[in-house]
Ligand binder design. Structure first.
Ligand SMILES: [Zn+2]
Length: 424
């Protein structure tokens, strides 16, 4: 055993993670999505705190999780030039979306093998991204990356991955996806709010007191509204990127955008769960809850704020015609309402998806409509049933090319605006 082995935090041995996503999705299905939603208790549960520090691992190597969005639960030298990192979730049971983000450097230049491991029952999911500044990211070179081949040979998902890295005194950031934390999101929203027809204000506070912002795009006096949500689930950065492209297209100030905004206003909550995002959570809020299962009982402040906001608007005479909640999963999927239920603009969402797909040659969208008897515990089902807004959960694949995410986000906005302006 090495002298330098550090035990940073006691391992949550009693916790075992239920890999909901993978267990619900047989390997032979055409594409991977989630199984039917199940009602869960959304009252506050304890969250395990991450010890935040700069860790002197030994051999002149240092690791840090002292930044927003970081997740690094343990690190040790486990062999000559070999470092093992442990990543664990905020609490369990939890969806298998093991987010990680940390900084690493070495006082003297050296090559290392870095093994990324998780608690029992969890599979490696996110292809590692590297950055020198925490802003610009690139995927780790595939020549210097491998996954657990023993599990793969057994037909199972890999339990760990290995990266070969050249360290020096410059900080190297390693993360599951591009890091976009609440501060970045607020800066983006503030920048957008420089346009005369955009306003950014506080919707309310999160469980830990972080500000949850809301953008209003278009004239407040308009009575026709659209609701856009993102980042209920912290690691779902690709969904956020699609939301960003969507919103920027709405604000493009071309003829379509101007005409649309003369009739409609768009509300955007770009970061529903800032606590989870900044704490580097896999899935939950600071209350240890999957917020996207709290839209029936509204036990948490984040969902309460949005519901109240929409209720007040409706009381003042507004009508919500559509709502999109942006998420990420293994592949691009559109979860829509059951085909026979009708809201304030029947048929809108399927038409938007169809028109968007026509704009991208060769693209066939995965559309999964709700069952008619589906539970109403997530945002889109709840918003549809409470406010009759035509709603969908817009899932973006973890590895969907970033330029395609942008194109699809923009085309979704373009087609939504065109179809909402069309008078039948
Ligand atoms: Zn999600």
């Amino acid at each position: 055993m090495q002298e330098t082995l550090l035990k940073l935090i006691k391992l949550p041995l009693v916790l075992s993670v239920i890999a909901v996503l993978s267990s619900c999705n047989p390997k032979d299905s055409k594409w991977k999505g989630q199984g039917p939603l199940e009602v869960v208790n959304t009252q506050t549960r304890p969250v395990e705190f991450q010890l935040k520090s700069t860790f002197n691992v030994g051999n002149s190597i240092f690791c840090s999780n002292e930044f927003d969005g970081a997740r690094l639960n343990g690190v040790a030298l486990t062999g000559p030039g070999e470092l093992t990192v442990l990543i664990t979730p905020e609490n369990t049971p939890i969806n298998s979306s093991p987010w990680y983000a940390f900084k690493i450097w070495s006082a003297s230049p050296q090559n290392i093998k870095l093994k990324l491991t998780y608690n029992d029952g969890v599979s490696h999911r996110y292809y590692p991204k590297l950055s020198k500044d925490g802003k610009n990211w690139r995927p780790v070179d595939s020549n210097f990356y491998s996954v657990d081949s023993i599990s793969l040979a057994k037909g199972e998902d890999p339990k760990f991955c290995v990266m070969y890295l050249a360290l020096n005194s410059d900080t190297l950031w390693i993360a599951a996806q591009e890091m976009i934390v609440s501060k970045d999101i607020n800066q983006w929203a503030e920048q957008l709010a420089k346009k005369p027809f955009v306003e950014f204000s506080e919707l309310g506070k999160s469980k830990e007191g972080r500000s949850i912002g809301i953008l209003r795009i278009g004239d407040e006096g308009s009575k026709k509204a659209v609701m856009i949500l993102s980042r209920q689930h912290p690691p779902e950065v690709t969904g956020w990127l699609a939301m960003k492209a969507f919103v920027e297209r709405v604000c493009a100030e071309d003829e379509l955008s101007n005409t649309f905004l003369s009739e409609y206003k768009v509300y955007v909550v770009p970061c529903v769960n800032p606590d989870g995002v900044d704490k580097g959570h896999w899935r939950h809020s600071a209350a240890g809850i999957d917020l996207n299962r709290d839209w029936e009982n509204f036990n948490q402040p984040e969902t309460q704020h949005i519901r109240k906001f929409m209720q007040v608007k409706v009381l003042k005479g507004d009508t919500f015609y559509s709502a999109i909640d942006f998420h990420s999963t293994f592949e691009d999927i559109y979860y829509t309402m059951a085909p026979d239920v009708k809201g304030n603009m029947p048929g809108l969402i399927p038409k938007v998806i169809e028109a968007m797909a026509k704009d991208i040659p060769g693209y066939g969208p995965n559309i999964r409509p709700d069952e008619a008897d589906a539970v109403k515990i997530n945002s889109t089902a709840s918003i549809f049933h409470a406010f009759h807004a035509e709603a969908m959960t817009y899932e973006v694949g973890d590895d969907t090319p970033r330029d395609l995410i942008k194109t699809k986000g923009e085309l979704t906005a373009k087609n939504l605006m065109e179809l909402m302006l069309k008078k039948d």
